[in-house]
Design a protein around this ligand. Sequence first.
Ligand code: FAD
Length: 290
Amino acid sequence: MLLSELHRSSKLVISFELFPPKTPEGEVRLFERAIPEMLKLRPAFLTCTYGAGGTTHEKTMEILSRIRREFPIDAASHLTCLGGSREAIREYLMEARANGINNIVALRGDPPKGVADFRPPADGFRLARDLVAFIKEIGGFDVAVAGYPEGHPECPDKYLDWQRLAAKVEAGADAIITQLFYDNRDFFEFRDYLRGKLGVKVPIVAGVLPILSTHQIKRFCGLCGAKLPPGVLDRLDAYADDDEAARQYGVELATRMCEELIRGGVDGIHFYTLNRSESTGMVLRNLALA
Ligand SMILES: Cc1cc2nc3c(=O)[nH]c(=O)nc-3n(C[C@H](O)[C@H](O)[C@H](O)COP(=O)(O)OP(=O)(O)OC[C@H]3O[C@@H](n4cnc5c(N)ncnc54)[C@H](O)[C@@H]3O)c2cc1C
């Protein structure tokens, strides 16, 4: 099903994000344990990330095609544009279509680290907005784009970033999936601005990462520019050397956040699962949604 159809048929669309495992053992774990466990939670679809610059190009397609062949579930491919030529992107889309993947999470990606004078291919795309327009021109795909409740870290002003997000919707995006955040007030302000001030009508899906460890979440937030509110930080610091306690707190926090998001009428929740089903499963069971 296309993303827009999934949102039309359900008030709350739940999806799970995976990444391509780095080792054959990781892939075995993903297909033999994690995905079967995830499917018991009845998500609407799974997505798989795509390495910036196309570094996981083949692996992402392989994982998603296998999911489509082996499990009764819809799948969406992330696709970044910074490293790919227009022709390479077109080929990827044709391959996705041939494998039954009709939903794309269209992203810019980030320039490779340490390459100061990085230039995207001359015949490629510099911004996610242009990738969205290209995919829509090809036709037959629904497209989700990334949104940032705290503003994208490169953009000096979050309202300007949200206006640029609205431009991605104008270019044809069918849904927005947000970056992770840990203060729901950021999400609600973002959503209200998009709906009220910018007239954005497409579904706005909250990206939720149930915390797995203090060190890991601090690193992730540092990388993507999301903040950890002081109350959350205090609890996490208390569990700095106890991943299991941090994980349990992560479930409790994500449950509370999701309850409030659902009460606030969120269109969907996209769980960043990090290829693990346990925490997401506990959150969904707490919410009586599994
Ligand atoms: C749900 C989700 C999934 C993700 N999946 C992946 C993944 O699979 N692989 C991966 O590598 N990364 C992924 N990312 C990270 C993403 O690639 C980075 O956050 C990246 O820095 C920005 O991508 P974007 O698509 O939001 O870019 P864009 O929307 O193109 O925005 C990038 C920057 O350009 C600015 N901008 C936009 N329009 C203009 C304009 N007209 N003029 C000047 N500046 C402008 C924006 O304000 C922003 O600062 C994901 C992020 C999210 C939220």
